[in-house]
Write a protein that binds this ligand. Structure first.
Ligand code: MN
Length: 310
């Protein structure tokens, strides 16, 4: 299909079902990375899950596992997750609140849905860190955005700025992250940064993004060059709006690591395996997180060298 110049159509990406690691695997829908697209801005990983009845699925149980070179956002629509990390943070992740974990040079953490959770529903998003800050100290930032409202819509801006609201949380590249709810029949024209590319992940409802129909779990991609982005709800909808200028750096992303080369990532893997070899986790790059369950071992590296993606 051809597009009028300067007004490229949204490209719709369909999720694939993936079991999320740990002893009890929970099914998630992954829309990023795709074979054809690695990034939307610095956003490099997009998992969407639920609503799951925890009595059926067992909920989320992610024992100690490592990360490097990225930030993680656990954004919940429903339920509650207990987060512990080797930087000493122990928090409850709740709906509508940002918990941005910066792995930087290395962190390990755990995520478990709490006993109070009967329905689990949310998204796990990763942000790649640029070269100048990817070895930064690990940390956790928390922010509960005040909702902003207009006729038929309500938004929570957790990173960057939109809808007249701004998140105070520091990012290492310009980013946008917001939740938007739309009433049935509502249309919202969002003013956006023309230097950003954008993604719209539909959680529930039925949505039209710049004229393209989006079903729940699907991700619409919009290239840079637009000043507005129009979304219309055919049926009451909730979506995540993500954006940023094209990242521009080539990364190697494998398992829980983001690096720049095969050898670097293989080195991270070796360091993690060395830390968890034995009865108790040793201190090292990824620190130690206090958790009763054994740490998750890294899978074997593939037989081919890991490739850079951009
Ligand atoms: Mn993790």
């Amino acid at each position: 299909m051809t597009s009028p110049e300067g007004d490229p159509r949204a490209e719709v990406m369909v999720p694939r079902e993936v079991p999320l690691g740990g002893p009890r695997a929970m099914g998630v829908r992954r829309t990023l990375p795709q074979r054809t697209r690695s990034f939307i801005g610095a956003w490099c990983f997009l998992d969407h899950y639920g609503p799951d009845d925890v009595a059926d699925t067992g909920g989320m149980s992610l024992p100690p596992h490592p990360h490097t070179g990225l930030q993680t956002v656990s954004w919940l629509f429903e339920g509650e997750i207990e987060h512990r990390d080797s930087a000493g943070n122990h928090v409850l992740v709740r709906p509508g609140e940002l918990n941005l974990m910066t792995a930087g040079r290395g962190i390990s953490h755990t995520e478990d849905s709490t006993d109070a959770t009967s329905v689990l529903h949310g998204a796990q998003l990763w942000v790649a860190l640029p070269e100048e800050s990817r070895h930064t100290e690990p940390r956790l930032d928390h922010f509960a955005p005040d909702p902003v409202r207009g006729p038929g819509w309500e938004a929570r801006v957790f990173l960057g700025s939109a809808f007249g609201a701004r998140s105070p949380v520091h990012t290492h590249t310009p980013l946008l992250g917001a939740e938007l709810m739309l009433a049935t029949g509502a249309t919202k024209v969002v003013e956006v940064d023309a230097g950003f590319e954008h993604g719209v992940l539909l959680d529930v409802g039925l949505l039209s993004v710049e004229g393209r129909e989006l079903k729940p779990g699907e991700l619409a991609y919009l290239p840079p060059g637009r000043h507005t982005l129009e979304v219309s709800a055919t049926d009451e909808a909730r979506l995540l709006l993500l954006g940023g200028p094209p990242f521009g750096e080539a990364i190697v992303m494998w398992w829980n690591f983001v690096g720049r080369s095969h050898d670097e990532v293989a080195g991270y893997r070796e360091e993690w395996q060395a830390q968890i070899d034995g009865d108790r986790v040793r201190d090292g790059r990824f620190g130690v997180v206090d958790h009763p369950e054994p740490a998750i071992p890294a899978p074997a590296l593939p037989n081919v060298r890991l490739k850079q993606r951009r």
